[in-house]
Design a protein. Structure first.
Length: 305
């Protein structure tokens, strides 16, 4: 849209279009999904699974190539490794600041690698249309228990690990890009100060979920794609993005080798491996902190809750 169009009108049009696109493809996925359970052969069931992914990828393509034109031009500064494979297995991690990050990741990776599948909180399965579509697409729904809950109900110990295992088992035979925000939540000053993070732009990484997933997914995971997202104008809200107020987005993707021990070691019960894995993720985060500082070009993107 032209620059003189009010932000409120841009938001209304963009939200209406993306909602229609989302509901249409979510319904298409939901009504097609039962065919996976009635097809008589594994090949036909796999074909339906690929069809569902095609629907999801088409939803993403329309968002990226059609609906984004509603917004004022965004200056995308993206660097991605050459040679990424659409039929490869990748574990994708990124820093997390805003719901906009999800749109950014789909923009960067759609048609470059297998469709991104996020680790989601179990409660999100009840989101109308989306929750059921995510379930049909085999997004892994996670149920994590706090230390307080485990102290009161020790019988729940290990249940979250088993949930991770069941969620990831289905990815062994079909190319997939598993997405995990290692911080576990969006960055805010309140969260940063509460956990006394040693980083300026990041929360502490939570290595356990990635370790559990890698031990289940196995060596077919080609590599780690380490994504750094920076908003030089300040971290935007979702409405900022929909209103066309986001004009600059910087993204850097680094392809890294995954430690071979991660595919077989027991993170929970092997303290030596756990320390090594935490050191590795800590090093990744230190490098990400330095890169973020450069990408933000000295601007202060720390924001309130």
């Amino acid at each position: 849209m032209p620059a003189f169009v009010p932000a409120s009108l841009i938001a209304a049009v963009f939200l209406a279009l993306i909602s229609i696109n989302t509901v249409f493809f979510a319904l298409l996925i939901i009504v097609t999904m039962p065919l996976r359970f009635v097809m008589p052969t594994h090949g036909l069931r796999t074909g339906i699974a690929h069809l569902l992914i095609f629907f999801a990828s088409t939803w993403c393509t329309i968002n990226n190539k059609v609906l984004m034109r509603v917004l004022p031009k965004i200056d995308w500064d993206i660097e991605v490794p050459v040679g990424l494979e659409k039929r490869g297995w990748y574990f994708v991690i990124a820093n997390h600041q805003s719901w906009v990050d999800i749109l950014v990741l789909f923009y960067v990776f759609n048609e470059r690698i297998a469709f991104l599948k996020y680790f989601l909180k179990q409660e999100l399965i009840w989101v109308p249309f989306l929750g059921q579509a995510w379930y049909a697409l085999d997004f892994p729904f996670m149920k994590r228990y706090s230390k307080d809950v485990l102290e009161k109900h020790p019988e729940l110990k290990g249940k979250d690990v088993e949930t991770t295992r069941r969620a990831c088992e289905k990815f062994r035979h079909t190319p997939v890009s598993v997405m995990n925000f290692l911080e576990g939540t969006r960055f805010t000053l309140t969260k940063h100060d509460r956990q006394q993070s040693p980083y300026t732009h990041l929360l502490k990484p939570k290595a356990g979920g990635m370790a559990f997933a890698l031990s289940v997914l196995g060596k077919q995971m080609h590599s780690l794609l380490d994504v750094t997202i920076a908003y030089p104008e300040g971290t935007p809200t979702f409405m900022d993005f929909c209103s066309g107020r986001v004009r600059q987005i910087n993204v850097r993707v680094h392809q890294r080798e995954i430690p071979s021990a991660a595919f077989s070691a027991d993170y929970e019960n092997d303290p030596v491996f756990r320390a090594e894995f935490q050191n590795w993720t800590g090093q990744l985060w230190s490098e990400k902190e330095a890169l973020l500082t450069t990408l933000l070009a000295g601007k202060n993107d720390r924001h309130a809750e």
